[in-house]
Design a protein around this ligand. Structure first.
Ligand SMILES: *Cc1c(COP(=O)(O)O)cnc(C)c1O
Length: 851
């Protein structure tokens, strides 16, 4: 049927300037067979949904109701395409990737879906005719903040690219009731508030009760001996948890295909409650129910630190077990429990170690439930899984106490022991015969007073590929994190440099710049970001430079208004906007930035006549609620900002703002308005970074260290168009090996010394001397683990170079254009193609138009 004929038009359609040409025919079936409604049709659809789906009218509808009606109208197009996609994949029995991630930081979907379906302008006109402003309407949508930061946002960009590139795929994760906490700032301090993103329902998601799963937990394992003498392990779980799937369809650019994000919600099983009810335990039953439902209640707010809590392990197991059962169910629809082609149909990507438990769970399903032998099951497992490492930080490498496994997953623990025995007695013994030190180091089990399961070791042993997320990071993974594993399996290790979707991070969030790209690169640039290089020669064109910087200026005006609204601070759009937005972490060194601000403020106070380039330092960052020093840094930024912003002596030349509740929708407003992108992690600690890519695409210049993807960004855009400073990875390691002493830098640099000493006074916290001292103590008494003081002088020097270049408006504009035009490599489409060619071996499928 559709299989051989699906080549058709989808590849040629890219050239059709659809968005503008649609508003004539009622049944305009455009070249890529994606339906484009007219303005009239859209108006009709929205008002019909207002009345018939929501039960209100144009006169009474609240802003929220308007937004919901628009979503329903857009969803008609999405669902049509979803059905077509699923039909195409089913009828071709396609190989697919299953992307397992504990986090998907989706943000808002409305503008993105409208842009990807190329109906934004139509919808905007339709709404305008109905008297609604599209920007205000879209601000009604709560962010889907089901992630902490970079790792979760990466998963979201990858889903967008998978859909755009038409690869059969599905994202699996957790349906958290509460996403990452909402951050409020009170008295300068972070206060965490719950984020109930779907309190009034999320109109994008669809519940699929027919695909509910039941997941066993706890209990014990019984060894049964069959009449033929073979042993069989029988797990008697203590109880069952129900997993209910919620699907969020993600539509690719121009409706190329639709990838589903399937998120599991935990519920109590009825059967379980019945027993307790019958015993008269109504309250107990409710408590048990509450416990089951706790599993998907809340996202752990730690970024790059491990939680080590029973509930977190339960969450990981729960979503992996639901996902694997779902994968097996779908596979068996076509293959009827014949597992010989399982590995050729299925790839499973583990986004960090959070979904590692999928490895022993798949072993268990194949052996205990499907009757495969150990060897047959292990062969499948090692062909199916691949693992992405995201960090070298020791505090982020997951380890779970063995006793937690004994209580929650006794059967999985046995399987892990057996995998370990095979590995230690096999590969390790062959490579290093009789070497107990190597055995201890490589074992999945860490011995000690509290025995631990090392999830990363399990991942490496079970995966056919292990990748890092930028060239330098992948090298460190191979050479420093897993050198022995790399010696055993040299071909297993590879690199896939991260990327971000240009649909969200350029087309949707920066329409002014997108329009310039339409002019110089043609309208297909969101599919071929390399074609943005066509803008590079325009860096030499004075008219074009002006237009480019006019777009930047307009974005800065809009951000200034937002800052006024959110922080109550007036900032001048003509000032240099210097931005650091990302999770708050010592390795990201927001405090290095802050020390520079103190030194600059000090310079201005020392010489009141001094004139500098007016600068606005913009921060946005959430701190893990238990990370005291990170929260102290937020407090310091706010208190220092307060003092500086109200000091008339410096004549508005310097402003410092902390924008509360940094999240995807804020990033979309901040990044297009940035002049400087602060990417100042200690070299060797930021695996890749992805905001660095978003900023460069939008024409900011990077002020950064040679770390993560900064190295590759600068290689594309030129060091001369950015500001590189600080120790390299090798220099950091040498300095640490030699013995780093932060006091040497403190004593030798009077500028640094006075900035640090200022923190001990009550200058920024009147009457409360010492309120900011913890930062100084961490940098001196506690050894400055991230070499802030060692990099200070070089950072300060780089800032002076920034100021110098900013004075030369033409030089700056040239650099900004070249940066933006050089980011082709950092489209997540390129990353996905790398995964496809080096790891997943997928084929893309043009979506057929008819069922
Ligand atoms: C891109 C992004 C991140 C990652 O930022 P890094 O600077 O690479 O750590 C974090 N949070 C949000 C909301 C993002 O959009």
């Amino acid at each position: 049927m559709a299989s051989k004929h699906s080549k058709k038009t989808a590849n040629t359609t890219a050239k059709a300037p659809v968005a503008d040409a649609v508003n004539t025919a009622a049944e305009c079936s455009c070249t890529n067979d994606l339906f484009h409604p007219t303005v009239e049709q859209f108006k009709d659809s929205i008002t019909t949904h207002l009345r018939r789906s929501i039960g209100t009218s144009e006169k009474k509808a609240s802003p929220l109701a308007w937004w919901q009606a628009v979503v329903y109208a857009v969803n008609e197009l999405v669902f049509e395409r979803l059905t077509q996609t699923q039909f195409t994949h089913a009828s071709n029995d396609t190989r697919a990737v299953n992307y397992l991630s504990a986090e998907f930081l989706m943000g808002r979907l409305t503008v993105n879906n409208m842009c990807n379906l190329e109906v934004y302008d139509t919808c905007k006109k339709a709404l305008a005719e109905l008297g609604i402003d599209i920007n205000e309407l879209c601000d009604e949508e709560p962010d889907m903040a089901l992630g902490n930061g970079g790792l979760g946002r990466l998963a979201a960009c990858y889903i967008d690219s998978l859909a755009t590139l038409k690869y059969p795929s599905i994202g699996y994760g957790l349906h958290y009731e509460n996403g990452l906490f909402r951050q409020e700032i009170r008295g300068g301090r972070q206060v965490e508030r719950p984020d109930s993103w779907r309190e009034y329902g999320c109109p994008w998601e669809v519940c699929r009760p027919e695909s509910t799963q039941e997941i066993p937990v706890g209990g014990y394992v019984e060894v049964q001996t069959a009449p033929d003498g073979t042993e069989q392990k029988v797990w008697h779980p203590a109880h069952m948890i129900k997993g209910v799937p919620w699907d969020i369809p993600v539509v690719g650019f121009r409706g190329a295909s639709v990838t589903v994000l399937r998120l599991w919600e935990s519920r109590a099983t009825e059967q379980f409650n019945w027993d307790v009810f019958n015993a008269g335990g109504y309250v107990d039953a409710q408590e048990e129910k509450a416990q089951c439902e706790t599993i998907s209640k809340v996202l752990y707010p730690n970024d790059s630190t491990e939680a080590g809590k029973m509930l977190r392990l339960t969450q990981q197991y729960f979503f992996c077990a639901c996902s694997l059962k779902d994968i097996l169910r779908r596979y068996n629809r076509a293959h009827h429990h014949d597992y010989s082609s399982f590995a050729s149909k299925i790839a499973i990507q583990l986004n960090d170690t959070h979904p590692t438990i999928a490895v022993p769970e798949l072993m268990r399903l194949l052996i205990d439930e499907e009757g495969l032998s150990w060897d047959a099951a292990w062969k499948i497992v090692t062909e199916v899984f691949a693992y992405t490492n995201h960090t070298l930080l020791p505090e982020a490498l997951e380890k779970w106490p063995v006793y937690l496994f004994e209580r929650l997953l006794p059967r999985h623990l046995e399987i892990i022991y057996e995998i370990n025995a095979h590995f230690l007695d096999g590969e390790v013994e062959r490579m290093w015969p009789g070497d107990n030190e190597k055995r201890a180091k490589l074992s999945i089990i860490e011995e000690g007073p509290c025995r631990m399961v090392r999830m990363a070791n399990l991942c490496v042993i079970a995966s056919r590929r292990v990748n890092g997320v930028a060239e330098i990071h992948s090298k460190l993974v191979r050479e420093q994190l897993f050198p022995e594993f790399a010696a055993i399996w040299p071909d297993r290790f590879c690199n896939v440099t991260n990327g971000v979707t240009p649909r969200r991070w350029l087309l949707a969030c920066n329409p002014g710049l997108a329009e310039l790209y339409n002019e110089v690169s043609g309208k297909d640039w969101p599919l071929h970001l390399e074609s943005c290089a066509k803008m590079r020669p325009y860096a030499d064109n004075a008219d074009f430079r002006k237009r480019f910087m006019d777009v930047k200026h307009a974005n800065k005006v809009a951000l200034a208004a937002e800052i006024k609204k959110l922080c109550g601070v007036d900032v001048d759009p003509n000032a240099l906007f210097d931005v650091q937005v990302k999770r708050l972490h010592e390795y990201k060194r927001q405090h290095l930035n802050l020390l520079y601000i103190l030194s600059l403020y000090n310079e201005l106070l020392a010489d009141p006549a001094k004139t500098i380039v007016p600068q606005v330092f913009i921060f946005g960052a959430k701190a893990a609620p238990a990370y005291t020093l990170a929260k102290d840094i937020i407090y310091a930024i706010n208190k220092i900002g307060e003092r500086i912003n109200n000091d008339h002596r410096i004549r508005n030349q310097l402003k410092v703002v902390f924008i509360p509740n940094y999240r995807v929708s804020l990033a979309e407003k901040i990044i297009p308005a940035a002049d400087i992108s602060e990417q100042i992690s200690t070299a060797g600690y930021e695996a890749s970074g992805t905001s660095n890519m978003k900023f460069s695409m939008n024409g900011a210049l990077t002020l950064g260290t040679m770390d993560g993807a900064n190295i590759e960004i600068v290689a594309e855009a030129g060091v001369e168009n950015n500001f590189i400073f600080g120790l390299s990875v090798e220099e950091v390691q040498e300095l640490k090996a030699r013995g780093y002493n932060p006091w040497d830098y403190y004593n030798a640099d009077p500028v640094l010394k006075s900035a640090l000493d200022w923190l001990d006074t009550d200058y920024f916290t009147p009457g409360q001397a010492g309120a900011l001292s913890s930062i100084k103590r961490s940098l001196l008494d506690h050894g400055d683990p991230f070499l802030v003081l060692a990099d200070f002088a070089s950072y300060r020097d780089a800032h002076k170079r920034v100021e110098e270049m900013y004075k030369d408006k033409e030089r700056w504009a040239r650099a900004a254009i070249i940066n933006s035009a050089s980011m082709g490599k950092f489209s997540s489409d390129r990353s996905i193609e790398d995964y496809v060619h080096n790891i997943w071996s997928l084929k893309s499928f043009d979506v057929a138009e008819h069922k």
